[in-house]
Write a protein that binds this ligand. Sequence first.
Ligand code: SAH
Length: 253
Amino acid sequence: MLYFIGAGAGDPELLTVKGKKIIDSSDIIIYTGSLVNKELFTDIKEGAKLINSAPLNLDEVLEIIFDSNSKGLNIARVHTGDPSMYGAVREQMAALDKAGIEYEVIPGVSSVFAGAAAIKREFTLPGVTQTLILTRMAGRTPVPESEDIENLAKIQASMAIFLSIANIDKLVKKLMTSYPKETPAAVVYKASWPEQKIIISTLENIADKVKEANINKTAIIYVGRFLADEFELSKLYDKCFGHEFREAKDAWR
Ligand code: SAH
């Protein structure tokens, strides 16, 4: 059996209980070495094999999986954050489907949420926006034209941008085609790691601050009015607004 496991953003305690149990009982653990915290592996089984997939290509990873599976070994395939965001898991799943190997996916705390926790913000504020766009700028991996940052910026939603910190100047230029230059922007470097850094600024000034702080990788960029302090109170906890679990206090509602 193979499990894809979301390792969480960095802090080993952000791994789910389920993910930890599976890692600790696996025979073969293949992890994305560039970002997965090695402290996740302090309680693994004696004799378990730890393999860093960073220097391997897809075929080499699959070979290890097929070989281990044919020996009846339990395999944990550990990806950073949550596997569903830029995890390159689907290509592995397709090969497993073809080979008739069963697998399950255990979610993890994506860096997008670990970063929001670090800056103590909510993406969906009443009266501001109810939408979060998760995206990246085109790099070596292209992005469909319809999803170009300039197009997404027109929506004026909360945005969380992965894999783009090295091109922050270009990114900001594209965002400013729709967002006003004073729109709040934030960058979280290595969210939940001891070396975490937080930068809070405006769209106009964020690029300079990022460069001053020498941040050029492993960071997530947030843009939108959700970072500011103006919003309406929620309906969920409004005393005049009843719902499934609580009756409204005002009889007329
Ligand atoms: N599956 C991962 C994303 C992998 S792509 C997840 O859910 O988080 C790698 C990108 O994710 C990095 O370029 C960066 O934009 C972001 N990232 C990963 N870990 C991060 C962290 N601890 N803090 C901030 N950004 C992080």
